[in-house]
Structures are given as structure tokens and as C-alpha cells.
Ligand binder design. Structure first.
Ligand code: GLC
Length: 742
């Protein structure tokens, strides 16, 4: 445009010209186009404060409780998304109805069934635990879940606990070390893990109100350490309180547990959510550290409340804030944590999109199953079974065909597929060489799906014995099945023995066929009256979608078993510490007293010199491992130092394999009772046939401490400690004495 035209325009429209001059000024001073809380370039803490400053009190209170069965509110007005939660510990539960536990019956939510955490723990392999967490987190992310309610880390106190199959065993160190990589794996997807249920959920009998009387030492040395590790090392973004009471105060609203220990001592910066229905009092819930109230009306029937706003942390909480009975700082602290969770998950712009049911997830499920299966007996090396060696293989037992990913309570899964043991064995050995017989039937009244046999109990029994008589070898596939009163949430077991007459059936089968292999699919210790007679025994856990493939790979020798027991199998129930003290100690009534105190699991058997059927950390291999003598880098240590120990491990057999080596510590002369020994290090070592490796491990001297209930502090007493390398709690290979000085 010629300059004289421009001058003519400027004279005709002078204000337009001035406006053009001031635009740059506006750009410099105008409000940012996006507020801080939405700006991914700002730090999370800046975004939290900005969001908080814009929220009304009503919006803050709304964050603190459920808005549906499995979601809690965001701030719709500000575009801050809600939080979606999902069970469960070993896979993403199917979609449930918005206001109840009823299945929504979607058609696109059938997941990968991963092995139960008990199996994962039995691998003694933190590396595979990370992969397990990554895979599960991917599935949760794909299903648009922000919090996956996993892992469960409650300690096995008694084999009667119906939910043991969901947890990771009797040792707090193993549980914590295996839970941390699961948490990190899940959270690597921008999905929050939820370590649960802090801290005393060790029985299902009266679980919603049981009042646990436990000493400070047992609380801090046995029941809290796995949670502490999960928070401090795993950086879990959420923690779930348990239903039970700790010394009279519900764990979901327990000042000692939530405020003093988890938030103050452990510097937890995440969200504490209640177990579904675990909140009972507004003031306690508000003041004692809880952040999000879920499932107060767990049946989803809102009849008692006209809506979720009437939860304890809804309108009742709002009233107390408005009338000044509770300071606003209380709701602000809750909201900071909840906003931090939202910013770490749904508002995390770096989050991917996850994956759902893919070969990678199946391969992880299969590897965990293969590495977690424990070979407990293998007389005359009956196993492995070379393909083609037998033409008449009898597979007996309903668990060979039962869908074991379903049922069990909140850990139930609707899986895309589940290879049953029978299917896996047929694929491996040829279906023409396999004959199946039910042997027993749990019947249709139990949870979980099974093609129900049409025969009566006696006919099933007789048919199975005949099948065994005519076979070259028998694979009995039994165990428990996540049904009511035996391994399910909400009920404890009624018997230590296998149900459905399996003990008698195994005896009868063994009497007609000396080549009998028992495979137990379960998550708990059981009585084994038939043990001396059977030739081989495998603990196979609940191992998910790839169950049949993993079992077949172990039986055929394609995979050498390397799992080790994460809990002891007592010979008889009364050998167990909790059971020893009778009803007051388990199951109690409305109160239960943890009378075995710190002597839980192998700590009890070792100290009381009771020989278990199978000890903690026990598991055989198809090869043989030779341990060298344990040595340490020094003889004397200060309390702030780290012990470096080592020993050689040789695979002297002809088969490649893996061994979960263990190191236990003992303080022989302590001023207080201490267990005979405690696990302080473990390492899974993979060795080719003939290969030798030096296993090196480090133990911090401060981790040899006991919890001093007089000073309420961890204490390392100067003096002698003994370190032992071992293949199990009952198989010590060598020991070394060291001295700790002040
Ligand atoms: C259940 C369980 C808990 C589960 C929650 C949601 O009662 O105790 O582990 O995550 O409710 O289903």
C-alpha cells in the first residue's frame, strides 16, 4: 500500500491506529491465557496452590469423598477431573455399576489375569515384580483408571485368613522388597498404586470391626514395615486404611497410624483413602488423617444417605468447617494431597494411553507364574516329565478345569482368557495322551465358573481312582478355589485341610498309582496327611490367564522351577503362633490379641523350635546349587555403616536354573526377646549348568535394629550379630559373626 494511502486511513480512523499501538502492551500485561493449575510447565506444587486458591469450600469438601462406588470428585467448574479407582491386586477388575458392586456387564473390559501377589512374592525376584507392575498399570491406564488398588501387603499371621491369597507372605522384609517394584511399575504409567490395607487386616472373621490389640514391637517390626517401605522407597501415591481397629480406633480414622506414623514419621505426601465402608465418625475421619472416604454405603444402596454428600466427609464435615469447629487448614491439607494425586495422574500430560490384553502382558503373566511355582517334593526325580515318555497321563481334580481368576471378592477378575491346567497339559503332552477325571466337585454354589459334573460325589471318587489305576502317571490338580469359607474376602477358612474330600482322594489315588504328582492351586498353607506317600508336590498358587501354560512348562521341564515359599506350612494348625494361643489370639470375638507378638511365621517356628511341614523360603529345583561360605568385608561395624557380604553359588547340576538365596541375621544376646533369625537380604541368581557366581549383598547396620517400645525408637544394640546365608529358613549353609560397636 502506498504511504499516502496509509496516512489517509490513519486520519480517517485515528482510534484504530492507537489500538494497534497498545496491543503489545496488552500482551505483556494481559491475564495468562491458561491459569497456573492447568499449566503443565508449572510445578505441581504451584499448580496445587493455584487450584486451591480458586476453589470454594463446598468444592474442597466434595474432593474428600466418593461421588460413586469407585470415583471421587474433581472440580467440574475448574476443569479438574475426578479420580477413578479400580481393584484389584493382580489385574484390573471389570467395570462395576456406578452406585453398587454389581457388574456393569461391559463387553470391552475383559483383562489379563496376572498371578496373585502371593505367587509374585514366591519368585523372590524384584525385577520381574517391576515388569508385573508396569503391565498391570498399562491395563489400568487403558481402562481409564487413575488409582489401581494394589498391592496388598498385609502379613500372613494365620493360615486361616481368607484373604492371604491376595497378599505377599509372612515376612515384612520380603513383602516390602517385592511390593516396591510393583508400585514403581504401576506408577510409571501415571497410574497411582494403593498399598493396602494399613495396617492390621490379618483375618476376615469380624473384619469390619475387629479390634486388634498388638504390641508396639509387633506393630513396628511385623505389621508396618512393608507399608513403610512401600511409602518411603516405593513412593506409593495412595495408601488404603483397613477396616479393623487398632487399640480401639478404626484404622481408617486412626490418629496414631495416619497422622503420626504415615504422614509425619514417613513423610507421606499422598492420599490416604478409606477401605470401602471403613469410616465411622466424621470428626475422627476429618481430624485423624483420612483424606478420601469411599464406599461408606458399600452396598451402593444410598437409602441411608440421599446422596454421597451425606458421607461423613460430605455435608457433616462442611458444617463443622463452616461453624469453625474444624479449622480450614484441615480441609486444605486434604485437598492439597488429593490435587497432587490428580496432577500426578489424570492431569499428568506425560501420561500415555496404556495397553490392554497384549502378548507382552501375557508373557509377563506367564513368566511370573513359572518363576513363582514352588517344587516342594520330587521323589526319585519323577519330574520333569519328558514329552512322549508316557502315553497315559491322568489329570484328576476339578481345579484342572476351574476358572480360578474369578471369585474371591474384590480381587475377582473377568479375564479375556484363562488357560486351564488341563488345557495347558493337553497342549504340551498331546490330548491323546491325557485322560481327565473330576475326582471331586465343588458344586455350582461356589463362586467362580466351572463346568459342573453331573455325577454324585461317590461316583466321581470311584471314577477318578479307576482313571488313576489305568494311568502311567497321575497329575492331581486340587487345592482351594477362592470360595466362601476357604480363601475368599469376607470369610476365613473353616478347616486347615483341603476341602471336598481331596485328602482321601489323594490317598486312594496314591494307593493305586505310585507315580502321583500333586499340584495345589491355592494361596494358603494346607494340611498334607498324604505327603509321605505322594511322589511329587508343587505349590502352584492362583496364577491367572497363563496358568495352564506355566504349569505345563514346569511339568515338562521346559522351565526349571525356582519359586520359594513366602510363608511357612505348619504341619498342624496349632503349631502356628497365632493358633497356639487359642480363640483369644485368633479369631477373637470383637477383640483379638496378637499374643504371638513379634514371633510370626518362621520367627515362631525357629524360636520355639517347631519344625514346619515346609519352611519359609523353601523350594526345590531340577538342578542342585552349592553355596560357598559367607564372608563379610569387615569384622567390626559402626551403626551408621553398611555391611558388604558375599558367598559363591554354584549350579552343580546338568540343568540351567535359578536360586533365591537368603541372608538372615541374629542377635544372640539382646536385652529384649528377638526372633532366632530374621531375613535381611535375598537375591535370585540365575546360573547355567556348571556355572558359579559370587553373590554380593549389602545390609545396613541400622536395619539390624529392633523397635524399642520404651524409647519408641529403633535401636541397634552394640555387640555380636550372626549373619547366615541359606537356601530356606530351615536350611542354613554357613554363618559369620560380626561385632557392632556404638
Ligand atoms: C473391599 C476390600 C478392598 C477393596 C475395596 C474396593 O472391601 O477390602 O481391598 O479394594 O473394598 O472393592
Amino acid at each position: 500500500m502506498k504511504s499516502y494511502n496509509l496516512i489517509k486511513i490513519m486520519k480517517k480512523f485515528p482510534y484504530a491506529f492507537y489500538f494497534l499501538l497498545v496491543i503489545p502492551f496488552f500482551q505483556l500485561t494481559a491475564q495468562p491465557l491458561i491459569p497456573d493449575y492447568l499449566n503443565p510447565d508449572k510445578s505441581i506444587e504451584v499448580r496445587i496452590e493455584n487450584a486451591l486458591s480458586l476453589m470454594t469450600l463446598e468444592e474442597k469438601v466434595a474432593l474428600c469423598h466418593a461421588q460413586s462406588q469407585f470415583s471421587s470428585a474433581g472440580v467440574p467448574r475448574l476443569g479438574i477431573p475426578e479420580i477413578n479407582y479400580s481393584d484389584g491386586p493382580n489385574g484390573v477388575r471389570e467395570e462395576l455399576m456406578n452406585n453398587s458392586y454389581a457388574h456393569a456387564n461391559w463387553r470391552n473390559d475383559s483383562c489379563t489375569g496376572f498371578p496373585a501377589l502371593t505367587c509374585l512374592s514366591a519368585t523372590f525376584n524384584p525385577l520381574i515384580a517391576y515388569d508385573y507392575g508396569v503391565a498391570m498399570g498399562e491395563e489400568a491406564l487403558y481402562r481409564k483408571k487413575d488409582v489401581l488398588l494394589s498391592p496388598g501387603v498385609n502379613i500372613f499371621r494365620t493360615p486361616m485368613n481368607g484373604r492371604n491369597f491376595e497378599f505377599m507372605g509372612e515376612d515384612p522384609f520380603l513383602t516390602g522388597q517385592m511390593a516396591v517394584p510393583v508400585i514403581k511399575g504401576i506408577q510409571s504409567n501415571g497410574v497411582a498404586a494403593c498399598v493396602k490395607s494399613v495396617a492390621l487386616s490379618n483375618q476376615e472373621t469380624n473384619r469390619k470391626y475387629i479390634n486388634v490389640m498388638v504390641s508396639d514391637r509387633a506393630l513396628h517390626e511385623i505389621y508396618l514395615p512393608a507399608f513403610k517401605t512401600a511409602v518411603e522407597d516405593g513412593k506409593s501415591w495412595t495408601v488404603m486404611g483397613s477396616y479393623s481397629r487398632l487399640r480401639g480406633q478404626y484404622c481408617c480414622q486412626n490418629d496414631l497410624l495416619l497422622n503420626k506414623i504415615i504422614k509425619k514419621d514417613w513423610n507421606f505426601d499422598g492420599v490416604i483413602l478409606a477401605d470401602w465402608g471403613g469410616v465411622h465418625d466424621t470428626r475422627e475421619a476429618a481430624l485423624n488423617g483420612l483424606n478420601v472416604e469411599m464406599g461408606t454405603n458399600t452396598d451402593g444402596n444410598l437409602s441411608k444417605y440421599d446422596d454421597y454428600n451425606n458421607y461423613n466427609l460430605g455435608f457433616p464435615f462442611l458444617r463443622l468447617l463452616k461453624n469453625g469447629e474444624i479449622p480450614l487448614t484441615v480441609v486444605d491439607d486434604k485437598c492439597r494431597r488429593i490435587l497432587r494425586l490428580i496432577m500426578r495422574t489424570s492431569m499428568n500430560r506425560n501420561r500415555g494411553f496404556g495397553r490392554f490384553v497384549c502378548e507382552y502382558h501375557s508373557s509377563i503373566a506367564r513368566k511370573v507364574a513359572e518363576e513363582g511355582i514352588v517344587l516342594l517334593k520330587n521323589q526319585n526325580n519323577l519330574l520333569p516329565i519328558q514329552k512322549g515318555k508316557y502315553q497315559k497321563i491322568a489329570v484328576i481334580g476339578e481345579n484342572a478345569i476351574r476358572n480360578l481368576t474369578a471369585a474371591g471378592g474384590s480381587s475377582e477378575l473377568k479375564v479375556k482368557y484363562e488357560v486351564s491346567p488341563l488345557e495347558g497339559l493337553k497342549a504340551k503332552f498331546g490330548k491323546e495322551n491325557i485322560t481327565f477325571s473330576y475326582g471331586y466337585s465343588a458344586g455350582p454354589n461356589t463362586w467362580g465358573k466351572v463346568v459342573d459334573s453331573k455325577l454324585d460325589k461317590d461316583s466321581l471318587f470311584k471314577a477318578a481312582v479307576e482313571t488313576a489305576r489305568n494311568a502311567d502317571i497321575v497329575l492331581f490338580v486340587g487345592g482351594l478355589n477362592k470360595s466362601w469359607f476357604q480363601e475368599s474376602e469376607g470369610s476365613d477358612r473353616k478347616s486347615y485341610n483341603l476341602p471336598y474330600n481331596q485328602d482321601e482322594l489323594i490317598e486312594a489315588i496314591q494307593n493305586v498309582n505310585k507315580k502321583t504328582v500333586v499340584l495345589l492351586l491355592s494361596g494358603n498353607a494346607v494340611a498334607m496327611p498324604w505327603l509321605q506317600k505322594v511322589s511329587a508336590l508343587l505349590q502352584c498358587w492362583y496364577i491367572g490367564s497363563e496358568a495352564g501354560n506355566a504349569i505345563a512348562n514346569i511339568i515338562s521341564g521346559e522351565i526349571n522351577p525356582s519359586g520359594k515359599l513366602p510363608f511357612s506350612f505348619p504341619k498342624k494348625l496349632e503349631d502356628n503362633g497365632a493358633m497356639f494361643y487359642g480363640k483369644k489370639s485368633y479369631p477373637g470375638d470383637s477383640v483379638v490379641h496378637y499374643m504371638e507378638d513379634i514371633l510370626v511365621g518362621y520367627r515362631w517356628y525357629d524360636t520355639k523350635k517347631i519344625t514346619p511341614q515346609f519352611p519359609f523360603g523353601y523350594g526345590l529345583s531340577y538342578t542342585i546349587f552349592e553355596y560357598g561360605k559367607i564372608i563379610t568385608d569387615k569384622k567390626n561395624y559402626e551403626t551408621n555403616e553398611t555391611i558388604t557380604l558375599s558367598f559363591t553359588l554354584k549350579n552343580t547340576g546338568k540343568t540351567d536354573g535359578a536360586e533365591a538365596t537368603q541372608v538372615y541375621a541374629t542377635q544372640p544376646k539382646a536385652s529384649v526377646l528377638r526372633p532366632a533369625k530374621e531375613l535381611k537380604a535375598f537375591r535370585k541368581v540365575f546360573l547355567k549348568a556348571g556355572e558359579t557366581q559370587t553373590v554380593e549383598q549389602k545390609i545396613k547396620v541400622k536395619d539390624l535394629a529392633f523397635y524399642n517400645d520404651r524409647t519408641q525408637a529403633w535401636t541397634v544394640e552394640p555387640g555380636e550379630f550372626i549373619l547366615r546365608n541359606a537356601s530356606s529358613a530351615a536350611d542354613v549353609k554357613s554363618s559369620i559373626s560380626i561385632t557392632i560397636s556404638n
